[in-house]
Ligand binder design. Structure first.
Ligand code: MRU
Length: 368
């Protein structure tokens, strides 16, 4: 399995996803600003991977900080947090990870006197970096476990022989583990099921073509690349059994933000009577937002559409609207596969049940 991002001693190592599939290049950095730029430019991408990256980025920030004393340390932490926070607005995993790291920092602060008296860890700025690193590693490890659980739950929805259509990239590249939607595919294949995948190329940045096709080929899973606008025809002709996609943020009613084009796929799946599944860890569910219209949608630069990958394909000066994500209404989603099980409509009820008592917890197991 590809490790899209990992902690390497005193730095972060990640694969530059913009270079794939032609070049497998890794970047190492100990600077949070380099990590933030990597997120903005999609060298690191995919909602769960963004959460892992943000957590490590906060560690890098404090590692460099010369701040002493709580006030200065927390100020330094917040500076890095706001830099990372401003990179990409839609995937909630990023702010979720920042909030969890902030909560861990607060816990350290609260137990400062106690911890010092016990001669335990976390009683000097150097220890704080170590303690936050442990938290970031826990976020990474838990993401890996969540991916595996999603794979297991999702596998129950996959028939013995299945043609699966997917959109964007939801594999190891996009997460801290083996993926979300893609973990369902790989788990089903590993169980000996006869799986073939139709991967939407995913305009304009081609995550399906560059990343999903690359990952599935590496895993020796049969994959056929299609243009986004072939999906309806493929559903009709190739007898797609199910669609499974990832998510960047799921509102309390099940409305789901995912890569632009997902909504189209959900509509045409319904037209053809094909089940449409969303796979995501509960860290992608944002119960503070009642419905999808409240989810912030990132708009990206026009040149991704007019001269993608360096080739001019539209006249200079043309107006462009380039939303990176869209919202699929919960009503079009057959089920949401999480690490806690498969949620069914009505999502306002199943999400609320699943998230009950699932407040943000740090690795100490405490609610915050
Ligand atoms: O813009 P991207 O490439 O970060 O968008 C990624 C997606 O939309 C994925 O489907 C989503 O983050 C889920 S990844 C497991």
């Amino acid at each position: 399995m590809i490790r899209s991002i990992e902690w390497a001693g005193d730095r972060v190592r990640f694969i530059d996803q913009t270079k794939l599939p032609t070049e497998e290049m890794y970047i190492e950095t100990d600077r949070p600003s380099v990590l933030a730029e990597a997120i903005t430019s999609l060298k690191i991408r995919g909602a769960p991977a963004l959460g892992v990256a943000a957590a490590y980025g906060l560690v890098l920030g404090l590692q460099h900080s010369k701040a002493e004393g709580w006030e200065k340390l927390t100020k330094s932490f917040e500076e890095t947090a706001s830099m990372l926070q401003s990179t990409r607005p839609t995937a909630v995993n990023l702010s979720w990870a920042i909030e969890r790291m902030r909560a861990r920092l607060r816990q350290i602060h609260q137990s400062w006197g106690l911890v010092s008296a016990n001669q335990s860890e976390c009683n000097s700025p150097r220890d704080i970096v170590g303690c936050l690193l442990d938290e970031a590693k826990a976020i990474h490890r838990e993401d890996e476990e969540m991916c595996a659980a999603i794979g297991r739950y999702g596998n129950d929805l996959v028939p013995q022989r299945a043609a699966i259509l997917t959109h964007c990239n939801t594999g190891a590249l996009a997460t801290g583990g083996e993926g979300t939607a893609q973990a369902i595919i790989t788990t089903a294949a590993a169980q000996g099921k006869n799986i073939s995948v139709y991967a939407d190329e995913t305009r304009p940045l081609l995550q399906g073509a560059r990343l999903t096709a690359w990952e599935l080929q590496k895993q020796r899973i049969a994959v056929t690349l299609i243009t986004d606008n072939a999906a309806a025809f493929v559903m009709k002709r190739k007898k797609i059994d199910l669609v499974v996609v990832g998510a960047d943020r799921i509102a309390a009613n099940g409305d789901t933000a995912n890569k632009i084009g997902t909504y189209n796929v959900a509509i045409i799946a319904k037209e053809h009577g094909i089940p449409f599944y969303v796979a995501a860890p509960t860290s992608t569910i944002d119960v503070s937002l009642l419905h999808g219209e409240m989810i912030p949608i990132e708009e990206r630069q026009a040149n991704e559409v007019t001269e993608g990958f360096g080739t001019r394909s539209a006249p200079y000066g043309v107006n462009v609207f380039n939303p990176a994500f869209d919202i699929t209404p919960g009503g079009l989603i057959t089920a949401i596969v999480t690490e806690r099980g498969v949620l069914r409509p009505p999502y306002a009820v199943s999400i609320s049940e699943t998230m009950k008592g699932a407040l943000l917890k740090t690795s100490l197991g405490k609610d915050v």
